[in-house]
Design a protein around this ligand. Sequence first.
Ligand code: G6P
Length: 610
Amino acid sequence: MCGIVGAVSERDVQGILLEGLRRLEYRGYDSAGMAVLGGNGEISRAREVGKVAALSEVLVQTPNHGTTGIAHTRWATHGQPSKLNAHPHMSGDRLAIVHNGIIENYQELRDQLRGDGFEFTSQTDTEVVAHLIERYFRTTGDLFKAVQQAISELRGAFALAVLHADEPDHVVVCREGSPLVIGVGIGENFIASDQLALLPVTDRFMFLEEGDMADIRTNSIKIWDRDNHPVERKVTRFEHSMDSADKGEYRHYMLKEIYEQPRVIQATMEGRVTSSKVLEQALGTDAGQLLESIRHVQIIACGTSYHAGMVARYWIEDLAGIPCSVEVASEFRYRKHVIQPDTLFLCISQSGETADTLAALRQAKKAGFRAALAICNVPGSSLVRESDLVIMTQAGPEIGVASTKAFTTQLTALLLFTIALARHNGLSEEREAELVTALRALPGQVEAALALDEAIAELSSAFMDKNHSLFLGRGALFPVALEGALKLKEISYIHAEAYPAGELKHGPLALVDSEMPVVTVAPNNDLLEKLKSNLEEVRARGGELFVFADGESDLASEPGVHVMQIPAVHPITAPIVYTIPLQLLSYHVAVLKGTDVDQPRNLAKSVTVE
Ligand code: G6P
């Protein structure tokens, strides 16, 4: 999705902006651009289709030097990816703007502005905002007032950063539905859509609230709320180590993030468990009271986070005996609901900025849920700020678009939550101690699963020339199969479908032949015998099987059946451990196919528009 970076400084900002854009690349984009106000009082702008590296090359030839600038990575919504549609957009040659989000009434405004004599050079909704602000600037002669008046006419979601050559040394920004953070420096200040972009220049951040506008200068940051009252926003320090945004010795961020899992799962448990108990207070000071009152759980999420929610449903109903529903946010937000009394609304999101998940949360807050709990990886994100209770995952920045460590830390947090909830619903001390022991064993077991890396790399060549694949699992391993299939399609572009193994005979079996590899996660649990019958059904149709199982599953390799053994694990934590080999499989298939592993085509890390 689109990314914004901006700087007001006493030094040259081109390098800061370029590095910021590089750090936003992981979000997914199709073009990049930058506008800088130079010492000559003129704005110079550069825009390129494709990677930030292409923009950087252009800037080597023709530098954009200056002390105030804004930059952008664009992910096309209105108008195709092209140089003309790339941001920053300008009105004349004095005003430049970058924008994240969508302006819903842009067509109507465009017609009006055309009538006023403004000429359009792009198909974007953003250019409309540029001209609208310029129109008000002509009457007010004040950039802040002009932005304020212009945004009162906008419908939709947006974060904007605007600079004007007639008002050097400051940038005006606002936030309405799209994230924007201010980076606080010394003798310089910055803005970005994601704090990660600014880590090389500061670790102190102010998060704008919905409806906030701000005037950013080298030595001052002034913020006004929606009602035009001056407000202070708290300065917070960035907690994750800066190294997390570095690929280090790894070829791809995704591989690095897969390998970080033992550590980040451990970090997600830290301070939240003793040797035999989950510390409920670690989930929030009032967590105990809330958990006691919960009779239902409604989980909402998108993408990989939705799969984490699906696993949690099995856990919540099994361990806490409380009914749990799971739905993708984009469906939930557009239908009527029957809300049972005392239902907890639980959002899961790596970024905390996914537009559909946030919209669902905002609806839920008006709809009569008991409370809203967020499981999230980004401190200070909208989801975190708008929820009643938060459990932070400790995955650190996840850069690869295909989510890996965020998923397994979400599962870890969800299991902690489930155990705490179950304690209020009859979970015995012995059972809790057994589950906590299983949780504490996870980092070591995930490490052991990672040791299969080389063997899985060899196996992956079998998928190279395939166009389709099928993933099977039963029980809580079915969502793991879904997640495995999602990973494969996201980064290798092989069509992958996941089915609960028992459904095989109701359709997908018709597709099975030697061209359709079938991947299965088969730990030794009470569904194993049933799963084995399903695997026989595949073998009988000539399907090639790739089975991840433990030593106790009693499955052996034979022609057409490849069994990879992973250590025996507790049935409750099996979904977390069995995720690892599927991540590695998709990674190696993608590497063999030569795709862009960290930034797969058409996808974005953080989907901040609907
Ligand atoms: C995008 C990402 C996925 C992610 C999903 C939900 O589609 O590419 O990796 O699972 O958004 O994102 P969230 O940040 O809400 O977990």
